[in-house]
Ligand binder design. Sequence first.
Ligand code: COD
Ligand code: ATP
Length: 201
Amino acid sequence: MLRVGLTGGLGSGKTTVARLLGERGAYILNADEMGRALMQPGTSAFARIVAAFGPAVVALDGTLDRPALGRLAFQGGRIEELNAIVHPATIAQQAAEIERIARRDRKAIVVVESALIFESRHGDLSRFDKLVLVTAPEPLKIARFTARTGLSAGEARQRLARQIPDEQKMDRVDYVLPNDGSLAELEERVDALWRELQPWA
Ligand SMILES: CC(C)(COP(=O)(O)OP(=O)(O)OC[C@H]1O[C@@H](n2cnc3c(N)ncnc32)[C@H](O)[C@@H]1O)[C@@H](O)C(=O)NCCC(=O)NCCS
Ligand SMILES: Nc1ncnc2c1ncn2[C@@H]1O[C@H](COP(=O)(O)OP(=O)(O)OP(=O)(O)O)[C@@H](O)[C@H]1O
């Protein structure tokens, strides 16, 4: 069993890397998806978010209005408040999932994909055996993010401002995957990474 923390700033391409690792046989846990599932109506996180941020974050269909919550959290300087509600439950769920996978596959390579492995004060790095960082120049990150989400470059910058720069993370990880070229180049780098991870599993 090998627990890999896969991180990278917004638009770096970490979801793409996770997908490629998944195709090669890794188990993938996606922190964004887990966070989203934990914030569904009826959960305690949902109730706490509405209590803290007000009814304006509930959409007409009763689910969270994520753009509205994003604006309040990032532009309103309240992202730490939201993190404190969502992160502990997400990290606990990651630990539970890793346990569950370990019980049925002792040779599993489990990849936890999260933008915030270094930033979150709610989880520590010792829960991973190896750390992988996906990097890209900031303008490229912003271009990918705005194309994927439809949010503005300003909104992308606000989120990036809450993320530690790649340069400060590079010395603290086991592998760096630059993603500033084609998808074919990225795939070659993922193949090399996958080969490196095998002996450790
Ligand atoms: C603010 C929210 C509602 C905005 O939702 P939205 O659908 O617009 O974005 P999504 O969740 O898909 O995130 C997209 C990207 O934004 C960046 N981002 C998201 N949350 C954060 C954060 N707390 N700090 C810094 N960057 C963040 C990441 O690069 C992420 O990959 C949502 O991001 C959220 O609930 N964030 C707080 C919880 C969190 O940290 N989730 C991510 C991992 S658990
Ligand atoms: N090397 C590449 N060439 C072309 N497009 C790419 C490349 N890498 C990623 N992309 C595209 O850029 C967008 C962002 O990539 P991805 O979703 O993997 O990044 P992310 O780091 O998970 O981003 P976010 O933090 O915004 O969720 C996607 O639409 C993806 O298909």
